[in-house]
Write a protein that binds this ligand. Structure first.
Ligand code: NAD
Length: 481
């Protein structure tokens, strides 16, 4: 199978590959070189209309809803199978389009297949209730689909993030219009290709690429959508929510994070520092649930920091395709905004222990793993999301103080605890305000474990059985017999 990247990609609407209405194209660049690698047909609001109309027709035709649920599940399992045939193409593509390493690109395909198989397997297990109302009455509930689900995806992990929402929507009988991210749109077109090869009915999945300010906004505000799944920044999420409020439609919101790991004095420091380094430097920190704050007991602070620094400095930085450990930031804009926040940190009086600079002698958007010490909770670098390979370290003396610091941001996505004391781990987990808590290993869990935010990190859950409930509405039928 060729891994060469196609130079021009069309949108997938109503089971066909089509140009944009305006004929304009979006140039896609490799973040490791900032050189163009492909062009994508630019979807505009007129294309959103076409995609939503196709999804509406498919929904109204009841093609998915009238299928026995296990057949809807079989379709997802077949998509997973077809995607497997594209693994080499996708892995290479994700290096050039997204800045991932080859291993991460391959892992994303496996992860996406897991989502498709998992939700495929659940299609026939989502059951309603029969409610006893006495003689002569039959009452039952149905998990009814909303209708057309509009899905807006960010660039950091478009394939698995997009596929898990598509799978949940389709197995529950909804139809989908998905807007892929303009900075890294290509892998989701291969998901569309896999859907086409798997025989997913035309119009039930539509994948388009356009910019957020026009096309994304047009999709979120469209009169004929019934449901929104948004993954991205808080600011954009707020504008999506305003559009949804106009039409009173439900949303699943997966937003940003500033997740904290608490390292207690009795922690296994080797394990904790290794896990914490992975938790913030993986994919150059461009993960919403990155562990970007570490709250470290003062008695072990210096030793922990020395280990973390060694782990940071051991990472090689360069193009993922060439086997480096850590790839580039997605764009020059993203790199500049991270560097700007680093400068704020220095001005605020924090100590830049390592990193904090653009990598010299490269045209790509590279920066090394970066660690700030002497950080206080009131600093901007302790509160704002970098969405890059930057971690801030804040010392503490008592567990109560650690909890107070951990809970002191507007976000509440993930949190972590490192300790050998199970009682302390439980006490801490109970008090951390976050959608998920990892004990002794950042990102412990899987596609089976529900994932989502509290506070400004959003609401609703992706992953796990809970995610499916975000795609259905309870309908009650009461019958006088
Ligand atoms: P972003 O909000 O800029 O963009 C996300 C998507 O929204 C893109 O597809 C973009 O085109 C679209 N968009 C932009 N403006 C829009 C508008 N006005 N109306 C509708 N859509 C619009 O976010 P980003 O910079 O691409 O991604 C990074 C952010 O996403 C970070 O804050 C990160 O934490 C968050 N994120 C969260 C999760 C999660 O599961 N909680 C996962 C990944 C990323």
């Amino acid at each position: 199978m060729t891994t060469e990247i196609k130079s021009y990609w069309q949108n997938y609407i109503n089971g066909e590959w089509v140009d944009g209405d305006s004929g304009e194209r979006i140039v896609v660049s490799n973040p490791a070189t900032n050189k163009p690698i492909a062009e994508v047909a630019r979807a505009m609001p007129a294309d959103v209309d076409k995609a939503v109309a196709a999804a509406r027709r498919a929904f109204d035709s009841r093609v998915l809803w009238e299928m026995r649920p296990h057949f809807r599940g079989d379709l997802m399992i077949e998509v997973a199978h077809q995607l497997g045939k594209l693994v080499d193409r996708i892995a290479v593509l994700e290096c050039h389009d997204n800045g991932k390493t080859l291993a991460a690109g391959r892992a994303e395909v496996a992860l996406t297949q897991r989502y498709l198989n998992y939700y495929g397997g659940m299609a026939d297990k989502l059951e309603g209730r029969q409610i006893p109302l006495g003689e002569g009455i039959l009452d039952y509930t149905i998990n009814a689909p909303f209708g057309v689900s509009a899905q807006i995806v960010p660039w950091n992990g478009p394939l698995p993030v997009g596929a898990r929402s598509v799978a949940c929507a389709l197995v529950t009988g909804n139809t989908v219009v998905l807007k892929s991210p303009e900075d890294s749109p290509l892998s989701l077109f291969l998901l569309a290709e896999a859907c086409e090869m798997a025989g997913v009915p035309k119009g039930t999945v539509n994948i388009i690429c356009g910019y957020g300010h026009d096309t994304g906004a047009a999709l979120a505000a469209h009169n004929d959508i019934d449901h929104i799944v948004f993954t991205g920044s808080v600011t954009t999420g707020q504008s999506v929510l305003r559009a949804a409020a106009e039409r009173v439609i439900p949303c699943v919101m997966e937003l940003g994070g500033k997740s904290a790991g608490i390292v207690y004095a009795d922690a296994d420091l080797e394990q904790a520092s290794t896990s914490a380094a992975r938790g913030v430097f993986h994919h150059a920190g461009q993960i919403c649930s990155a562990g970007s704050r570490l709250i470290v007991h003062r008695s072990i602070h210096d030793e922990f920091v020395a280990r973390l620094k060694a782990s940071a400095e051991a990472r090689t930085v360069g193009p993922g395709i060439d086997g480096f450990d850590m790839g580039p930031l997605i764009s020059a804009r993203q790199l500049n905004s991270i560097l700007e926040l680093c400068r704020v940190g220095v001005d605020e009086g924090a100590t830049l222990l390592v990193g904090g600079n653009r990598m010299p002698d490269t045209p790509g958007n590279f920066m090394p793993p970066t660690i700030f010490t002497n950080v206080t909770p009131d600093m901007r670098i302790a509160k704002e999301e970098f969405f890059g390979p930057v971690v801030v370290i804040i010392p503490f003396d008592t567990p109560e103080e650690a909890i107070e610091i951990a809970n002191s941001t507007d976000y509440g996505l993930a949190a972590g605890v490192y300790t050998r004391d199970l009682k302390l781990a439980l006490w801490t987990s109970d008090r951390l305000i976050a959608g998920q808590v990892y004990v002794n290993e950042w990102w412990l869990g899987g596609i089976e474990t529900p994932f989502g935010g509290t506070k400004r990190s959003g609401y609703g859950r992706e992953k796990g059985q809970e995610a499916l409930l975000g795609y259905v509405q309870t309908k009650n039928v009461a019958i006088r017999i």
